[in-house]
Design a protein around this ligand. Sequence first.
Ligand SMILES: O=C[C@H](O)COP(=O)(O)O
Length: 311
Amino acid sequence: MHKNLSVFSNDHAPAGARNPVAAFDAALINAQSVDEAEVARAVAAFAEQAPSPGAPQLLNALRCIDLTTLSSDDTPERVKALCAKARQPLSRDKQAALGREGITTAAVCVYHAFIGTALEALAGTAVPVATVSAGFPHGLSPLRARVLEVKESVAAGAHEIDIVIDRSKALTGDWQGIYDEVCLFREACGEAHLKAIIGTGDLGTLTNVAKASLVCMMAGADFIKTSTGKETVNATPEFALVMARTIAFWRKSTGYKVGFKAAGGISKAKEVPVYLAIMQSVLGDEWLQPNLFRIGASRLLGDIVETLERS
Ligand SMILES: O=C[C@H](O)COP(=O)(O)O
């Protein structure tokens, strides 16, 4: 039993038990094909229809943020400050005015070295600690080391493990190789939740984005996540739409609910509504809650808070 499993009794964490591993199905992977022009048209329509963000929408986005610091100059002090923001992102007056006392971000996300600092700084809250793993950000370390890294982070108390896939395998069509490595990470996670970063900006085509999403879900990912924040192109609404549709397909095929995390480069409140519109339209209201929807961001919270404090 995970020592802090009680945090998963609230809506911050993936619903219920972990997603199970399904058999590798090469035919299903190879059948994925995405019409890039259709995706571009659909995203343009979502962007046109998405309302400018009001306070309820921004508050919802705030509670879905994985508040992140993943910098080479991170320190315990920076992580403590991040956790203080996660515990209380809005002033008490503003929380009271909006009728949302006790609101927090969905999680904090830090490097392995700061798991203990974050756990201590978040003690007494229901905010889980996520960490990046499996050779983040490139996924090119020896496989044994990547698996060990996951195990070490779970042993250190992380509740959520954001692994990266080896994108070279996706680019060479080795989907079985990705399935096999994600299954190992799944096993190494134990009771912790597995979020699989597919590195959308590295994958070349939206068809590869769909295939990588599907193979990670077959291997038991609780969430699929766009990006590390370190690629040239990170989260985009196009990637979100393709991944949301693949999650919907998986749900229909298996009944399993997999969460979606848009991560990297989302820094302004005005960027949020299109993602919410895509989630709501493709997957429904359930995917607007932190147990199934996250935004991984280091700067977005500041802009949302400023916008809300001004309103
Ligand atoms: O997983 C989260 C990302 O690393 C955050 O990226 P960002 O610093 O561009 O917001």
